[in-house]
Design a binder for this molecule. Structure first.
Ligand code: CA
Length: 505
């Protein structure tokens, strides 16, 4: 099959996307000739667009022409003015509740039952929580020794992961927004992959205390080591090794069992997006998400700044007024957060996004929400909150890859699906990350880093449901431990960058 020259997403669009680089003078269709060289994934005008008139992609106005654009012209990011963001007050809700979702090929997976209840684990990991960055140096030395000397004794344990972070002291611990980093650390300690085993290392004089991290029932010498109470470095390492040995022995008896998909919680995000993300990788992820939801699983999607400009489309999918109101509250919170920093949503996209043909945040947002599929939205979470419902959930987080990841981990995801157009080696230590790329060139470039290539949708070699089904099966296989994702195989782990919107002192 011949690869198409361009893709038109919606009948109403007055632009198309170049599937590959297009040379100036190429005739795309009757009467439309490329006015300049058009880079891959960039937009080309299908008609004359006078200054001030709408530029339409995905059937929506992504911007207004800042100067006259001729039919066949390349439209890059300098040529659009941002439209006003949609109001979040009086959004309609419940008007687009899709019931007809694709049937999943399987409805079970193999996971680790969480002894504390809730979602099941996808991996069996000893997590070592810290109350403060000051403890990190000692913990890291100990963890290296644990991996060398202890882990080989416990073949059913996958890994030992320290939760090192920048929080804990020198922070305004009573600031209203401190609840976000505190909630993140409290919830991540309860991550399903840690099997209910708690190991906490504190310094002893920090602001974020063990009492703030752990519930009362969990605060015991069996779970907590305070470095200032120990006589020197060697004693610290010895205590850490002793506690880890006990915890590892308990974790080692965990076994996978067959579970319904309703015990699986996964997250979705994208990063390093391009103009193909919204027509290949994200819609395929949306299809897989719909299958998971139909099978009873819970799927989180996030990234507030990438939802903000298409929020009215999300609102219509909220199951009731309370969910829609919380969606509006999270958007307003973020509007204010950006305002306080004297920026607005145009601070997203990145230079790489623009090079990849994404002119502005409206265009990026329309592509970004495609990953949420079509399912009704049953709940909206504040950053790092844990879900109380099953189904599709909007979990408010920053769009920053390395901050969205820890927020979703705190919400309890056992796996993350990550869509990319430009490519990033991103990965998480606590849960496997499956990488989906938007272009065939990306797969060729990084064949050993990409798990699923959705670029074959743009080249006409597969449909969205076909790639979506491949992705669904990959999600179930990786969650079940039958295979590893590429990032997991190479141990590509980003730092645990928690979201702290509160002041540092
Ligand atoms: Ca992201």
């Amino acid at each position: 099959m011949a690869v198409p020259l361009y893709i038109k997403v919606n009948e109403k669009d007055n632009v198309v996307i170049a599937v590959n680089d297009i040379k100036a003078g190429t005739e795309l269709m009757q009467g439309v000739v490329a006015g300049q060289d058009i880079p891959q994934a960039h937009k080309l005008a299908l008609s004359d667009i006078p200054a001030g008139k709408e530029i339409i992609r995905y059937g929506v106005i992504i911007g207004y022409a800042v100067r006259d654009i001729k039919k066949g012209d390349w439209i890059n990011e300098t040529m659009l003015e941002l439209p006003v963001p949609p109001s979040v007050d009086a959004m309609s809700y419940g008007t687009n509740l899709v019931k007809d979702l694709p049937e999943p090929p399987v409805r079970t997976w193999e996971g680790y039952v969480n002894p504390k209840g809730g979602y099941a684990g996808t991996r069996n990991i000893l997590g070592i929580n810290t109350t403060v960055q000051c403890a990190t140096s000692v913990v890291n030395v100990a963890v290296e020794r644990m991996k060398r000397e202890l882990l080989p004794k416990y073949p059913n344990v996958d890994d030992i992961v320290p939760i090192n972070h920048a929080y804990g002291c020198g922070v305004a611990i009573n600031a209203p927004e401190a609840k976000i980093p505190i909630r993140t650390l409290r919830n991540v300690a309860k991550h399903p992959n840690f099997g209910g085993e708690l190991m906490v290392v504190g310094l002893g004089c920090e602001k974020f205390t063990v009492d703030m991290l752990l519930d009362e029932a969990d605060r015991s010498p069996d779970n907590v080591i305070i470095l200032q109470e120990l006589k020197g470095f060697e004693a610290m390492i010895e205590e850490l090794m002793k506690m880890a040995d006990k915890k590892l022995a308990k974790l080692n008896v965990r076994r996978r069992v067959t579970l319904p998909l309703s015990d699986l919680l996964i997250g979705m995000q994208c990063g390093g997006s391009d103009a193909f993300s919204g027509i290949t990788a994200n819609p395929a992820a949306g299809y897989a998400s719909d299958m998971l939801v139909q099978g009873g699983a819970t799927v989180l999607f996030s990234e507030v700044t990438e939802v903000r400009d298409s929020v009215h489309l999300i609102g219509e999918r909220c199951v009731d007024e309370a969910v829609c109101r919380k969606l509006a509250d999270e958007m307003k919170w973020y509007d204010r957060y950006l305002e306080n920093g004297e920026v607005d949503r145009s601070a997203n996209p990145t230079p790489g996004n623009k090079k990849g043909g994404l002119s502005n945040i409206v265009e990026k947002a329309m592509g970004s929400i495609a990953k949420s599929g079509t399912s009704p939205i049953v709940e909206v979470l504040s950053p790092a909150e844990q879900p109380s419902k099953k189904g599709l959930i909007f979990a408010a987080t920053p769009a920053s890859d390395i901050v969205c990841g820890p927020c979703q981990l705190a919400s309890g995801i056992g796996l993350q699906v990550f869509m990319t157009g430009r490519g990033t080696p991103y990965g998480l230590a606590l849960a496997p990350v499956i990488k989906v790329c938007s272009r065939n060139d990306m797969k060729d470039m990084w064949s050993d880093l990409i798990d699923v290539n959705a670029g074959i949708i743009a080249s006409g070699d597969a449909t969205i449901p076909e790639v979506g089904t491949v992705l669904f099966n990959k999600i179930v296989d990786v969650a079940s431990g039958r295979m590893q994702s590429q990032a997991e195989k190479y141990k590509l782990h980003n730092d645990f960058c928690l979201f702290n919107p509160a002041p540092i002192t």
